[in-house]
Design a binder for this molecule. Structure first.
Ligand SMILES: NC(=O)c1ccc[n+]([C@@H]2O[C@H](COP(=O)([O-])OP(=O)(O)OC[C@H]3O[C@@H](n4cnc5c(N)ncnc54)[C@H](OP(=O)(O)O)[C@@H]3O)[C@@H](O)[C@H]2O)c1
Length: 237
């Protein structure tokens, strides 16, 4: 064992979280309490802090597109990604924001909400062929719809479709049901995990919520950062 602390000075976060220079990459960003809870009062906001919030925004700024489950969109009341002043350099030569790509089977989404009507870059819906025709029609009126899979999303096909649209650097913001499937499909390249200094108990989901993964990926530690008792861990495949 070796001691990683005390840490030295401040960190260049843009450099620390830079995507690989070439090729596609899928990064997930999640927050958990010390006892592994990915939710507090049915949301994740109560787990994070100021530093987690600014890292959340930076990771969006670095990404070409943000994949998120409809459960998280509904629970957190997601709006569209808004441009940030701090992104001027990181988004040079790219659209002002990464679009959201919302995963949904039911298409039980409010297509008149700002997430669709006020998005600077059209929101994408990752849908399945078995979706109700009227919901699909509503989705197509307000979003860029990708059909991948019959009854359940074909994750590899969905990610391929995003890459064909030019979105190489993907960020997955969960939630736990989505992340479990991304990992099970062997698509996760990197996990950014914020460890929040809280102990919650109860029965919240962990950051992955799904059946056991037959061959669990063994991730390599990239870095550990700290602010206000929060740890910011970066693991890669
Ligand atoms: N700790 C963290 O970092 C973190 C991050 C994100 C979210 N959260 C928390 O996690 C909770 C939400 O997560 P969740 O796991 O319930 O939901 P989720 O993973 O965000 O979304 C699940 C939904 O995605 C769609 N979906 C998932 N798999 C699918 C498939 N194979 N094919 C088609 N559609 C699919 C379905 O949408 P439809 O129901 O529309 O069909 C499903 O209900 C909230 O409490 C949120 O605050 C925590």
């Amino acid at each position: 064992m070796r001691n990683l602390s005390p840490a030295s000075g401040p960190v260049d976060l843009v450099a620390a979280y830079a995507y690989p220079r070439t090729g596609p990459w899928l990064r997930a960003n999640m927050v958990a309490s010390l006892d592994g809870a990915a939710q507090r009062d049915e949301r994740s906001a109560g787990l994070g802090g100021a530093a987690d919030r600014s890292l959340f925004l930076l990771l969006r700024g670095l990404a070409d597109a943000v994949v998120v489950g409809a459960g998280t969109v509904r629970a957190e009341g997601y709006g569209p990604v808004r441009p940030q002043d701090t992104w001027r350099d990181v988004r040079e030569g790219r659209p002002p924001v990464p679009p959201l790509a919302v995963v949904s089977r039911s298409l039980d989404l409010d297509f008149d909400a700002p997430i669709f009507t006020e998005a600077a870059v059209p929101t994408i819906v990752l849908a399945t062929a078995s979706a109700a025709p009227d919901r699909l029609r509503a989705a197509r009126e307000h979003a860029d719809v990708v059909i991948a899979g019959e009854d359940a999303l074909d994750w590899a096909a969905a990610v391929r479709a995003l890459r064909e649209r030019g979105f190489q650097r993907l960020l997955c913001e969960g939630g736990p049901a989505v992340l479990a499937q991304v990992v099970a499909a062997g698509l996760l390249d990197e996990l950014c995990l914020t460890l929040s200094p809280l102990l919650l108990a109860g029965h919240p989901a962990r950051i992955l919520n799904g059946p056991p993964i037959p061959i669990p990926p063994h991730l390599r530690l990239g870095h550990v950062l700290e602010e206000d008792d929060f740890l910011f861990l970066r693991y890669t495949r």
